[in-house]
Design a protein around this ligand. Structure first.
Ligand code: NDP
Length: 314
């Protein structure tokens, strides 16, 4: 039997789960499709000190799992499938789960988030999974007592560097400018950590490594100083790329209006997309704040909008 939902939520980070909490309480019986990476980016964030309600700080995984539990407690139904196709041309909207099963929805909240960006070097992709990673909390343990580099100058990079400084013997923090973009609190923490060495004005140009049969390992990173244009090699065992994110919107090309960077366009402070009945929440529509806290708040707004949209229609 074909299923039809009042409110279908795509994505399972703070935005999606919070939308689930509000939509359940509004009686919309929401169904959340969790997709490939339940929990979203918070699951790869080691320690979060700025999500309200956790006075001592907490791991991202615990926080997002708590929001999930709250959504379930309020009545949201959580499913593990991935939405692989959408048709927003008419209502009820048609969506396809795992390439094969059609479902329909009166309203849709898109909360698909964003994924880590890569440098785009050929050698980076050759050593991905063999010493090149975008997730210190996932892969940091492999580098106990070793030397690693983190690339980037934002909060993520500095947080990853700090996390790794407790595992690795030495952490280079390679940034393309001479000023970090990260918050002052994060910078102070880095400058107080003796085994983190900032390498500034440095652009990575090649991942260095060794191959033996099927096995590969990272041995270093070649960087170019943007002022002197000199090249230098740093000996390393691992490289963590932390240079920002790309919104997960491939599914919505041709269906929703996107900006030049691929973010879903919403209307000012309201999470309305260009399609009435489809709302967007969290990092997928937010190139500015990108906090777990702001994502949760926009999930709340999207669910309230969905409720009002249906009420006005009724
Ligand atoms: P950001 O976009 O803030 O930073 C990306 C960094 O990567 C910048 O320093 C940028 O350099 C650098 N960069 C981008 N592209 C390249 C490239 N091709 N080569 C080399 N370097 C590159 O992303 P983040 O993931 O750090 O943070 C995203 C958001 O999440 C921010 O709003 C941040 O505040 C927030 N956040 C908050 C945390 C917290 O509060 N606990 C933890 C983690 C993230 P440049 O500076 O020159 O542009």
């Amino acid at each position: 039997m074909t299923e039809k939902f009042t409110c279908l939520i795509i994505g399972a980070g703070p935005a999606g789960y919070t939308a689930g909490i509000y939509a359940s309480r509004a009686g919309l019986k929401p169904v959340i499709y969790e997709g490939m990476q339940p929990g979203g980016q918070l699951t790869i964030t080691s320690e979060v000190e700025n999500f309200p309600g956790y006075p001592e700080g907490e791991s991202g995984t615990v926080i997002v799992d708590d929001i999930r539990k709250q959504a379930v407690h309020c009545g949201a139904e959580i499913r593990s499938g991935e939405i692989t196709e959408v048709d927003f041309s008419k209502r009820p909207f048609r969506l396809v789960v795992d390439y094969e099963r059609e479902v329909f929805a009166e309203t849709v909240i898109v909360a698909t988030g964003a994924t880590a960006r890569w440098l785009g070097l050929e050698t980076e992709s050759q050593y991905r999974g063999f010493g090149v990673s975008t997730c210190a909390t996932c892969d940091g343990a492999f580098f106990k007592g070793k030397t690693v580099a983190v690339i980037g100058g934002g909060d993520t990079a500095l947080e990853e560097a700090h996390y790794l400084s407790k595992i690795a013997e030495k952490v280079y923090l390679v940034h393309r400018r001479n000023q970090f973009r990260a918050s002052k609190a994060m910078q102070d923490r880095i400058f107080r950590t003796p085994n983190i060495e900032p390498v500034l004005d440095a652009v990575p140009t090649e991942v260095l490594g060794e191959r033996q049969g099927f096995s590969r390992k990272v041995t270093g990173l070649r960087i170019q100083n943007i002022k002197t244009e000199d090249f230098k090699e740093i000996s390393l065992d691992g490289i963590f790329v932390a240079i920002g994110v790309t919104p997960v919107t491939d599914l919505f090309v041709g269906q929703l209006e996107l900006d030049a960077h691929g973010y879903i366009k919403t209307q000012g402070v309201r999470p309305l997309t260009n399609v009435p009945g489809v709302f967007a929440a969290g990092d997928v529509q937010d190139p500015h704040y990108r906090q777990a806290c702001t994502a949760a708040a926009s999930g709340c707004k999207a669910a309230i909008e969905a409720e009002r949209f249906l009420a006005e229609e009724a």
